[in-house]
Design a protein around this ligand. Structure first.
Ligand SMILES: Nc1ncnc2c1ncn2[C@@H]1O[C@H](COP(=O)(O)OP(=O)(O)OP(=O)(O)O)[C@@H](O)[C@H]1O
Ligand SMILES: [Mg+2]
Length: 462
């Protein structure tokens, strides 16, 4: 993250990053008017003091959940491409979110959106049905609203206007740079997919590869949009496991002065703090894998023999998973969500890491319960979310069980639950909530009275 020879900005704009009091990239608020099925929505994302609460968006199919996420992701991708313009998230000349009037709510003549992030960062857009010059004056639907000032800045021949400070400028570039150095930023779209190992022999046998980290300014190997992140997660995990075992790569030359004027002796030693860092990262990765697999043994990762390099998980009684590639779709989905968060934060170059609570950032997940069994929705997923209290998770879900599990893990006020398309905050007990019927059945002898065997079967405690 240091300015260097590849930095093409004028020297006055270059900054050397000094580890600071940590800055956060949290989304604070989203306002949408006339977007698809959404007539009017205003969500203030929930916080406890400075700490973000997890946010769950629910609503029927076609209620605007993914459209809403798209607006937040759009801002994050713009910010990331500002910081790393040499390795953009979307191809040069393209945008993440289509600019079109197709999404103006049927019967309306404009759509308006604004997303505010911490530190006064924002992105806002106004789209009209027709070019400005085709209207006789300020349309009545806009007059007096937040969109009116944008209308005045619209070019006569144009029908859309957007404004943001996420695309840099000298004042915000160093702020954005710092945010990406200290935050994990991840979006998991609903079309994420990992090919099962059994589908393709190549998948199963493909050895892990060494990562080539891009450490040049304006470049990164971090990806904010995670569609199929397993291969990168596995290679990164291999890197961490391997680095821990190779003290030679971690040696430092320490000059020892002997007497004034004499050549100092040089001794080589291992940098203990680097090894501790890797140990803690690895311990967190292991914790994630074990929670996903509901394994509470004294497990460890092992790398198989040379030439294959599988990452296996061993427990007290021997092999638990011979090769992480062989995990099921649901296990993969969970593992990749949380391993990607850890990897992205670690790849950002975090200077210190004592555990998952150190990780901050913003993570957007569409259909968070994808592929998950009831127990994983209700119990394991909320548990994993609880490992990352400083990550702002904004998720959509179709699962009442997940919502009930969140309520059990965090309390009704410990997370934000919003019903789309209105965006009203609800509780699992609200009459409008689709969760209510499930809550009743869960209370009457359902999941809250069950526990899980290591084999994964449900067992009634009574
Ligand atoms: N211009 C428009 N006017 C009204 N509705 C629209 C417009 N454009 C798109 N839509 C509707 O928006 C919906 C798509 O929204 P979105 O993908 O956000 O839904 P969702 O809540 O994520 O649904 P799912 O749970 O199925 O993923 C569709 O029902 C589509 O018909
Ligand atoms: Mg959707």
């Amino acid at each position: 993250m240091l300015s260097g020879p590849h930095d093409r900005r004028p020297s006055s704009e270059r900054t050397v990053l000094v580890p600071s009091s940590l800055a956060a990239m949290y989304a604070k608020r989203i306002q949408l008017t006339n977007f698809g099925p959404i007539k009017q929505l205003n969500i203030e994302f929930p916080f406890k003091g400075q700490v973000p609460k997890p946010t769950v968006l629910v609503g029927q199919n076609g209620s605007g959940k993914s459209i809403l996420l798209g607006h937040i992701v759009n801002g994050l991708v713009q910010a990331k491409d500002t910081v790393y313009p040499e390795t953009p998230e979307v191809d040069p000349g393209r945008v993440y979110k289509l600019k079109t009037n197709f999404y103006i709510r049927t019967g309306s003549d404009f759509s308006f959106a604004r997303v505010d992030f911490e530190d006064d960062l924002f992105v806002t857009e106004l789209t009209m049905m027709k070019a400005k010059q085709e209207y006789p004056g300020v349309p009545a639907s806009i007059a007096g609203t937040a969109a009116e000032s944008m209308w005045h800045r619209l070019d006569a021949g144009s029908n859309d206007y957007s404004e943001t400070n996420l695309q840099g400028g000298p004042a915000t570039f160093s702020k954005l740079q710092r945010l990406f150095a200290e935050n994990c930023v991840q979006y998991f779209p609903c079309n994420r997919f990992e090919e099962p190992a059994w589908l393709n022999e190549q998948n199963l046998t493909a050895p892990v590869e060494y990562l080539e980290r891009q450490r040049m300014p304006l470049h990164t190997d971090r990806r904010a949009i995670s569609v199929s992140p397993f291969r990168d997660n596995r290679n990164w995990l291999f890197d961490v496991i391997y680095d821990r075992r190779v003290p030679e790569t971690r040696s430092v030359r320490v000059p020892i002065p002997v007497r004034p004027g004499a050549k100092p002796w040089i001794i080589e030693g291992e940098r203990a703090e680097v090894r501790d860092h890797d140990n803690r990262v690895l311990k967190t990765a292991l914790d994630i894998v074990q929670r996903v697999l509901r394994d509470d043994s004294n497990a460890s990762f092992r790398i198989s023999r040379r030439g294959y390099r599988f990452i296996a998980l061993h427990g007290d009684d021997g092999l638990i998973v011979p090769n992480l590639t062989q995990l099921s779709s649901g296990e993969m989905s969970l593992l990749n969500l949380f391993l990607s968060i850890l990897r992205d934060f670690e790849s950002a170059g975090a200077s210190s890491f004592s555990g998952s609570a150190d990780i901050r950032g913003v993570v957007i997940v569409d259909e968070v319960d994808l592929h998950l069994h009831a127990v994983h929705q209700f119990e394991i997923l909320p548990q994993l979310i609880g490992m990352f209290p400083n990550v702002q998770l904004i998720m959509t879900s179709h699962s009442p069980l997940f919502v009930l599990g969140m309520e059990r893990a965090f309390g009704a006020d410990g997370f934000g639950l919003y019903d789309l398309p209105g965006g009203h905050r609800i509780t699992p007990r609200s009459s409008e909530s689709s969760v209510t019927p499930m809550r009743r059945s869960a209370q009457h002898g359902g999941l809250s009275r069950t526990s899980v065997r290591p084999s994964g079967t449900l067992r009634n405690q009574s």
